[in-house]
Design a protein around this ligand. Sequence first.
Ligand SMILES: [Ca+2]
Ligand SMILES: [Ca+2]
Ligand SMILES: [Zn+2]
Ligand SMILES: [Zn+2]
Length: 488
Amino acid sequence: MFTREKLILVCYLVVLLFSGLGYTVTEIRNATQAIKYLIQFGYFTPTTMDPNMIHKIKRESVKDAIIDFQTFSGLPTTGELDSDTFKMMNIPRCGCIDRFYRTRFKRYGHFLETWRVDNLTYRIVKYPSANLNKLQTDLEFRRAFDDWSSIMPIDFNERSSGPVRIEISFISGEHGDFMPFDGPQGVLSHNLSPGRGTVHFDDSENWTIGTNRGINLHQVALHAIGHILGLDHSLENNAVMRPFYKPYSQGFKLQKDDIQGAQAMYGPRVPLDEDYDNTEEKFGNNDIYLCSNPKIDTIFNSNAGETFLFKGNYYWKLKKNELSFGYPKYINQTWKGLPAQIDSAFTHKNNGYTYFFQNTKYWKYFDTKMLDGYPKDISKGFTGIPNKIDAVLPFNEDKNVIYFFKGTHYWVYNDAETPPVANTYPKRIYDLLGLTDSIDDILYYSDGYVYVFKDNDFYKYSDFSFGVYNSIPPVPQKIAKNWYGCNL
Ligand SMILES: [Ca+2]
Ligand SMILES: [Ca+2]
Ligand SMILES: [Zn+2]
Ligand SMILES: [Zn+2]
C-alpha cells in the first residue's frame, strides 16, 4: 500500500510528465509513452526512479512494472511491451492508480479507511458543459448511488447547499489538483484523497446515457462511487471496479466481486424490515428531483396493488405517503416496449390488464408483459374517446365504466353500452370535480379516496359522486409533502 505522502508524490511526478502537453490523448505506441502510463497509474514506487529523468529508471524496474501491469490486466506476463500490452494501455480508464498490484492474490482491494456513518451527502458542484443536461446528470448519479445503497447500508443524500461529503465536478484540462485531464478518451474520472469524496469527471468526454456512442455516465459514476466507499481497482475482469472502461451495456451493474468488497467493509443492507423504514425516516426523503419537480405524468395502481408514478423516462414506486427505496428506474427497462412521457394509465378491474395511453395510441400489459399486437389506436380500442388524454380512472362502483379526462372536459366510457360513449359527452370537469382547469392525473387509491393531481398540488375526494363539489371546491394540498415525503 502507498502511504499518502507517496501518493501525493506520484501525482507530482505526473504533473511533471504532463507539463507542456496539450490536452489531447495520444496513442501509447513507444516505451517512453508506456513508462509515463505506468508511472501515472502507480506501477513505480518513487524509490525505483529518478523523478526528473525517465531514461534513468532502471531497466529491471521497468520490466517489473510491465509484469505488474500485465498481471493486473490479465495479460501474459512477458515483461515486454508487446501489442496486447499497448492495446490495454490505450483503453479509456479511471485516473486512480492501480495500487494493489503488489497483493496479487487479493481480488477486491480496500482503502485504509471506511466511512463510519450510514448517510453520505453529495452535490454535483459542476455539471457537464455539453451532451447531458442537469436533470439527466442528476438522475444518472442518483441511479448509481442507489445501486450501491441497495447492497450495503449507506444512503446517499443530495444536498443543494451546506457542506457535503461528496463533491462531483465535470472539469477539463488543468484544474488545480496536479492531475490535469487529457481530452476525450484516456482518463475519464478520478477521485482525490483524503476520503476520495472529491470526484472529477473529464468534461471533455462525450458523456452519454443508454447508447454505444461516447462514454456512458452511469458506468463511470458507478465505478467512481466504489472508490468513494473505499474500494480499489479489482483484478476481476467483469467487476465494476476494473479500471478499464467497458463498452456500454444495458445490464451494466455491480458484480459479485464489487458487492463482496463493499460488504466486507460495511456489511450487507438489511433487507426490507423496519431498519429500512427507520433509515428513511431518520434522514427524510432525499429525492431532490421529485421534491423540487412534483408534477407527474401519471399515477396508477398495478394489478398486484402497487402504486406507480411515471414522469418522463422514469418511474417510482410509492409506499404510504413516501417513495420506495431504490427509485427512479427506467420505464422501458421494466415495461419493455413502452415509450417515455405516458399520458395516463390504469389497471382494468374487469380483467387485471394495465393500459397505457400516449398521444393516439394505447398499450395493454399483464403486469410488466406487453400483449401481442400493441400499441393500438385509441380511436379503435376506445371508440368515442379523444387522443392525447390527460387522465383516466376506472370507476369503482361499476367495473364497466371508465372516466377519461382531457382539457376541461371528461368522457364516460361504458363497455356494456352501445355506443360505449353516450352522445351527452363530453361534460365539464367542473361539474364533476369542482375544478375549472385541466388535470394531470386521477387515482383511486387503496385508502378508498379519489385523488386528483395538478402541477404541484393534489385534491382529495371522499366520495366520487356527481356534482357534489360544484359548490364546494376542494382544498389543494402539496404532492411533494404528502405523496413523496419530502422535507419541505
Ligand atoms: Ca479524458
Ligand atoms: Ca397525465
Ligand atoms: Zn478507478
Ligand atoms: Zn482532478
